[in-house]
Design a protein around this ligand. Structure first.
Ligand SMILES: Nc1ncnc2c1ncn2[C@@H]1O[C@H](COP(=O)(O)OP(=O)(O)O)[C@@H](O)[C@H]1O
Ligand SMILES: O=C(O)c1ccc[n+]([C@@H]2O[C@H](COP(=O)([O-])O)[C@@H](O)[C@H]2O)c1
Length: 207
């Protein structure tokens, strides 16, 4: 059985922190990071505002990302092994080779329908403006933020994409990124485990 879990939401909402912990603890779990699909820097457009437009969907090779997710779905065992993920042998119960989980983590996951359609469950981490700006100011990206980028580009694009997602009625599970790391992890881990158990029970009951 295969489960694709999206961990989306605002920049610095805690997506990577939550993802890293889930990946360590879920059975046969692989991960895809949306940031790894950024187009080369010279292909990132400069907007009328003078900023490089990092926070728009066209800056990401979404097709390549979806193809990677599909490659996992075609053969999760092969994908896991080629990405150094240990695959546990088993009998069909949770924790066995028959259960495979892929976590896809990124800030613009739910504005691209081909990806939305692949997801079993879609989480969305949100934090308020002040906290987001504070966390972002301590972060160093491969390309450092120029002065004014957060207020001039990052936050307005976040609001725009979030509105678009809500307008399209994407059925996300909202997560309050102000909760502690432990609380977030425990909530999401438990929900995913329940989903895996339900899937196993349905299989055992033949439904
Ligand atoms: N639940 C949390 N509470 C407080 N700080 C957090 C929490 N989760 C992550 N952080 C911190 O916020 C920053 C961004 O976290 P990260 O997981 O990299 O976010 P994202 O992947 O969403 O950009 C890091 O400094 C991280 O330690
Ligand atoms: O990863 C990169 O190469 C990169 C280069 C420039 C900027 N970024 C920023 O990465 C942010 C998304 O990643 P994250 O982990 O903060 O959700 C987004 O807000 C971009 O402005 C990321």
């Amino acid at each position: 059985m295969k489960y694709i879990i999206g961990i989306g939401g605002v920049t610095n909402g805690g997506k990577t922190t939550l993802t890293n912990r889930l990946v360590k603890n879920l059975p046969n779990c692989c991960v895809v990071h949306q940031d790894d699909f950024y187009k080369p820097q010279d292909q990132i457009e400069v907007g009328e505002d003078g900023f490089k437009q990092w926070d728009v969907i066209t800056s990401i090779d979404t097709e390549a990302m979806v193809n990677t997710v599909k490659a996992w779905a075609e053969n999760p065992t092969k994908f896991a092994r080629s990405h150094g993920v240990h695959v546990s042998p088993g009998s069909g119960l949770v924790g066995s080779e028959d259960v495979h989980v892929l976590i896809v983590e990124g800030f613009l996951l739910y504005n691209y329908k081909p990806f939305i359609d692949l997801c079993t469950r879609k989480y969305y981490l949100a934090i308020p403006y002040d906290e987001c700006k504070r966390r972002r100011s301590t972060r160093s990206y491969t390309v450092p933020d120029p002065p004014g980028l957060f207020d001039g580009h990052v936050w307005p694009m976040y609001l725009k994409h979030r509105q678009q997602m809500e307008h399209n009625d994407v059925d996300v599970v909202w997560l309050d990124g102000l909760k502690t790391r432990d609380d977030l992890y425990n909530q999401v881990y438990e929900e995913i485990q329940n989903e895996l158990l339900n899937g196993q029970n349905q299989l055992l009951n033949g439904s």
